[in-house]
Design a protein around this ligand. Structure first.
Ligand SMILES: [Zn+2]
Length: 274
């Protein structure tokens, strides 16, 4: 048999017998098997134009959308920065300065509360200064709220559309080591990534890596941030400015004193104080 027969379960339309009509039939069957959506008429034709209203920022927005495209893009950026912020779960509850003050006020040490408020004011001033602020040192005893202070600084920067991150210094050094195992410009990529955020808080800075390469690369990164006028908060469990200078070297400790500040958290621990 030379003539191609249509599938037996499909009714053969009348008059389709020759080779060419058989091809037409095949085409018709193929069309009928295409997904329905492809064959639907364009339902947007003839509809009225999309209604516009005002977004909270004052720009026009589609009535059905939550915000204008600019605001939506800004929210997407903030979400990405929050995810990469490095803030640990136990520090996500407090994201604003007033919330930070609440648990502290129940402390039994009025002196600690006053000093803590002063530290908050200094950090806010460091973040708000239009220019010139680069390095801030947050040093002192464990349990004084240094990490939580730096987390609020990260949140508040992100809320103001600035990329901000925190890391334990030892984790940052492991990241460098891991990436340097690969090919190419690994330390260049690492430097670019960590020089970029507007704010970087490096916690547990006393745990700086021992290897010469890590130490040199870390200092190159901090220097790069200084050159780009990025803000860096270095947090360390050392008792005073002298011990901090010993830890970070004269260059960084001078920059902290001249272009940011050194906050000594020497109040009693808040842990178990309430
Ligand atoms: Zn908007």
């Amino acid at each position: 048999m030379t003539e191609q027969s249509p599938p037996s379960n499909t009714p053969s339309p009348a008059g389709l017998g020759s080779d060419s009509s058989s091809r037409e039939y095949e085409a018709m069957v193929t069309r009928s098997r295409e997904p329905a959506a492809k064959r639907l008429p364009d339902i947007t034709k003839g509809l009225s134009p999309i209604a516009l209203t005002k977004c909270g920022c004052g720009e026009d927005k589609n009535e059905a959308a939550d915000a204008c495209e600019t605001c939506l893009e800004r929210w997407r950026l903030r979400r990405g920065w929050s995810r990469a912020s490095g803030i640990k779960a136990r520090h996500t509850e407090i994201s604003s300065w007033p919330l930070l003050a609440e648990p502290v006020q129940t402390s039994k040490h009025p002196d600690a509360v006053a000093k803590f408020q002063q530290a908050v004011a200094m950090i806010r001033e460091f973040l708000n200064r239009p220019e010139g602020a680069t390095f801030l040192a947050l040093i002192g005893n464990r349990g004084t709220g240094k990490t939580q202070l730096s987390c609020v600084a990260v949140y508040q920067s992100i809320f103001r559309d600035r990329e901000a991150r925190r890391r334990d210094t030892v984790d940052l050094m492991s990241d460098l080591k891991r990436r340097f195992g690969g090919d190419g410009d690994a330390d260049g990529d690492w430097l670019r990534e960590w020089e970029r955020p507007w704010l970087l808080c490096l916690d547990e800075f006393q745990d700086t890596a021992e290897s010469v390469f890590s130490t040199v690369t870390l200092k190159r990164m901090l220097n790069g941030r200084y050159e780009k006028c990025r803000r860096t908060i270095l947090i360390a469990n050392v008792k005073d400015a002298g011990e901090f200078a010993e830890l970070v070297g004269p260059r960084i400790s001078d920059r902290c004193r001249e272009a940011g500040g050194v906050i000594v958290c020497d109040w009693p621990s808040f842990r178990g104080a309430t």
